[in-house]
Design a protein around this ligand. Structure first.
Ligand code: GLN
Length: 287
């Protein structure tokens, strides 16, 4: 904190000086200390990072930066501190009730739009912030989407995102839990089913940003991380309309195991990789 205090008598820090101090404070916490500092400062100034870097570096530093920097130093993710995360080029509201949308998951959106560009009914299982569903709906003007989640707090965030993205007429959100019999009763069938279920092994060593701040219920799925696939994947055939596809995110070492679960349920699977070349999604179809 003290390093963020003015070194000049009588005057406060400029944005540039405050960012430099903040980046120094965060250098042990974050691999992206300078970027983190810039994002927090821009958030407090209410401008984009680009706008700040171009026009505001000599302005007075915003109030509250030191407090946010201390929270970041305790590993709170930037997205929770700013309440925003971009996904698929769209701005999403995020709170600690939802998993922060990952760039790696954009491959699911691309796969879905390639495999089912004519989808009319879309289901997103474990919608969280609504990122997958709303990104897909933003490109499918005619489609109607349902996002389900077991967390009412997450569904509230998803609904706010639909609203602010102008997608409210296309999306509805329903509290449901695929572990409970009858959860999908009345939902009908879908041309496209998206899912980013929990798939982390319980007890896995995670980055403290994730482990201490993101919702455990969105991350952990038993000792091998496959519990949710075992329950959800066999239910997909009953939810898919004829010719429908389901695009499911997987951990990078889970392709074979999740493919086998699908195959036991009469589904064929096609593998998709993320930009880093890691296995990231399976596209399921009824055989
Ligand atoms: N990709 C997330 C992570 O790396 C995990 C998301 C999930 O379990 N669905 O932390």
């Amino acid at each position: 904190m003290s390093r963020l205090r003015s070194t000049r008598t009588g005057g406060g820090l400029t944005v540039a000086e405050a960012i430099r101090a903040a980046a120094g404070r965060l250098s042990e916490t974050s691999d992206t200390a300078r970027l983190d500092a810039e994002l927090l400062a821009a958030h407090l100034l209410g401008v984009s990072r680009a706008e700040m870097l171009l026009r505001h570096m000599r302005d007075a530093a915003p109030h509250g930066l030191a407090a946010l920097v201390e929270r970041r130093a305790a590993h709170e993710p930037i997205a929770y501190l700013t309440g925003r995360q971009e996904f698929y080029g769209l701005p999403f509201i995020v709170t600690p009730a939802v998993l922060i949308p990952r760039g790696d998951s954009e491959v699911l959106v691309e796969a879905a739009l390639e495999e089912k560009p004519d989808a009319r009914r879309v289901l997103d299982c474990g919608t969280g912030s609504g990122a997958l569903l709303l990104a897909v709906l933003s490109r499918l003007g005619e489609a109607q989407g349902v996002g389900i989640d077991s967390s009412p707090a997450a569904l509230e965030v998803a609904a706010r995102n639909a609203e602010q993205l102008g997608l409210r007429p296309q999306a509805r959100f329903v509290e449901a839990d695929w572990h409970r019999a009858g959860w999908a009763g009345g939902l009908g069938q879908f041309d496209l089913i998206l899912a980013n279920p929990p798939y982390v092994e319980t007890g896995a060593e995670l980055d403290p940003d994730v482990r201490d701040h993101e919702p455990a219920s969105a991350l952990f799925a038993g000792t091998d991380g496959l519990d949710d696939y075992r329950v959800l994947v066999p239910q997909l055939p009953g939810l898919l309309a004829p010719g429908g596809v389901s695009v499911v995110e997987i951990g990078y070492r889970q392709a074979a195991a999740v493919r086998a679960i699908g195959s036991g349920a009469g589904l064929t699977a096609q593998l998709r990789q993320d930009l880093a070349g890691r296995d990231r999604a399976l596209v399921f179809r009824v055989c």
